[in-house]
Design a protein around this ligand. Structure first.
Ligand code: KG4
Ligand code: ZN
Length: 350
C-alpha cells in the first residue's frame, strides 16, 4: 500500500511517499520539501497569494524527486493523501487540487488528512516511536492543545489556548524585537545570549486548575518592556523603530525572558495533563516542538517523574509531506480512511 502525501497548508510545499503495507509502522520511501521562508521574509510574514503561486511552481518537481528517491513510477502509487486543513485557503487548494487530479488520472482514491493529525502522529516516523496511549502537546504556529491519544483517530481534547498559540507568541515577540520572520527560531537563538530572569513576564492560567492556555497577554507585556527600555511612553504606538533603540544585550534579555515564560507554561501544563490522566508517555509535536529549551525542560521533568517523552525528528517538527503521508498510512491501517469529522472523539476543527 503505497501512499503519496501532499502538504501545502502554509509556507512549505511537502511531498512524501510511505509504504503502509501490513501492520508495521508506515515506512518513508521518499520525502521532499521546499520552504518559502526566504520569499516571505521581505514582507515580515506569509503573503497568502505568493504562497499559493509558489506551491503551484514546486509541487510537481517535488513529486518527481520523491518518486525518483523511491525508484518507482507514479503509477505504483495506491492512494493519494493531502492536507485538507486548517490552513490558507488558496494554499490548501493547490495541494488538494493536485492530489485529486492525480488520483483521478491514476484511478486511485484521494483522502484529506487533518494537518494537526499529521503533526500529532509525526513522532511515529522517529527511531523511537511512542506507544499508545499518551498525552500529546501540540504546539504550532496556529494551535496549542493538550490531547489524550488512545489510538489513531481516538483523540480527546484536554485543553487548548483561549487566544494566541505558543508559536504565535514566539512570532509576535520576535517581531517586536525586530527579528523578522519566522520568529520562533530567531528568538530562541537570540535568547541563548540573554538572561531568562531579566524580566518577569506573565504566565497566564498557570494556576487555573484546567489545561487551557493563554498567550495573548505576553505580547503586550513584551511590548511594554521594549517601550520602557527604549525610553518611550507606555501609551505610545508600537513602531518598528522601538526595537532599533535597544542594545543587543537588552534584546537578548527580553527574548530569553519571553521564551522562559512560554516554555514554563507549556511544561507545567503538560505535567498537569500527565498527572490528571495518569498516563506515563508524552508526545510533543508541531513547530514549537523544535525549541531547544522546551525539549531540555520537558526531558528533565519527564526524567524526574520516570515518564517517556517522544518528539518528531527535528526536521519533521515543522510542516512537511511525510507527516501527511504517514497519518494517511496509519489511518488506512486502522481502517479509518478517509478522515471524517463525525467520528466520535474526533475533534479537530478545520
Ligand atoms: O507546525 P508549524 O511548522 O506550522 C503550523 O502548523 O503552524 O509551526 C510553525 C511555528 C512558528 O510559529 C515558528 O515560529 C515556530 O513554529 N517554531 C519555533 C521554533 N521552530 C519553529 N518556535 C520556537 N522555537 C523554535 N526552535
Ligand atoms: Zn503545521
Amino acid at each position: 500500500m503505497l501512499i503519496l502525501g501532499f502538504e501545502s497548508s502554509c509556507d512549505e510545499t511537502g511531498v512524501a511517499l510511505v509504504d503502509a503495507s501490513g501492520s508495521a509502522t508506515p515506512r518513508l520511501l521518499g520525502h521532499a520539501l521546499h520552504s518559502q521562508i526566504e520569499m516571505h521574509q521581505a514582507y515580515g510574514g506569509v503573503v497568502p497569494e505568493l504562497a499559493s503561486r509558489d506551491h503551484i511552481r514546486r509541487v510537481l518537481p517535488l513529486t518527481d524527486s520523491v518518486m525518483q528517491q523511491a525508484g518507482l513510477p507514479l503509477s505504483a502509487v495506491d492512494a493519494i493523501a493531502y492536507t485538507r486543513g486548517p490552513g490558507l485557503a488558496g494554499a490548501l487548494l493547490v495541494g488538494s487540487g493536485v492530489a485529486c487530479a492525480m488520483a483521478m488520472a491514476l484511478g486511485k482514491p484521494a483522502m484529506g488528512v487533518h494537518h494537526l493529525e499529521g503533526h500529532l502522529l509525526s513522532p511515529f516516523l522517529s527511531a523511537d516511536p511512542p506507544e499508545f496511549p499518551f498525552v500529546a502537546l501540540l504546539v504550532s504556529g496556529g494551535h496549542t492543545q493538550l490531547m489524550r491519544v488512545d489510538g489513531v483517530g481516538r483523540y480527546q481534547m484536554l485543553g487548548e489556548t483561549i487566544d494566541d498559540a505558543a508559536g504565535e507568541a514566539f512570532d509576535k515577540s520576535a517581531k517586536l524585537l525586530g527579528l523578522g520572520y519566522p520568529g520562533g527560531p530567531a528568538l530562541s537563538r537570540l535568547a541563548q545570549q540573554g538572561s531568562p530572569t531579566a524580566f518577569k513576564f506573565p504566565r497566564p492560567l498557570l494556576h487555573s486548575g484546567d489545561l487551557d492556555f493563554s498567550f495573548a497577554g505576553l505580547k503586550t507585556a513584551v511590548l511594554t518592556q521594549v517601550k520602557r527600555l527604549a525610553n518611550e511612553r507606555p501609551e505610545g504606538p508600537a513602531t518598528p523603530q522601538l526595537a532599533a533603540a535597544l542594545g543587543l544585550a537588552q534584546k537578548a534579555d527580553v527574548a530569553a525572558s519571553a521564551q522562559a515564560a512560554i516554555v514554563d507554561v507549556l511544561v507545567k501544563k503538560s505535567m498537569a495533563a500527565i498527572a490528571s490522566t495518569g498516563l506515563t508517555r508524552l508526545v510533543v509535536a508541531g513547530g514549537v516542538g523544535a525549541n531547544a529549551l522546551l525539549r531540555e525542560q520537558l526531558n528533565a521533568e519527564c526524567e524526574r517523574r520516570s515518564l517517556r517523552v517522544h518528539y518528531p525528528e527535528l526536521h519533521l517538527c515543522t510542516d512537511n509531506g511525510a507527516m501527511i503521508a504517514l497519518a494517511a498510512g496509519l489511518r488506512y491501517q486502522a481502517g479509518l480512511m478517509p478522515t471524517t469529522l463525525s467520528e466520535p472523539g474526533y475533534r479537530f476543527d478545520v
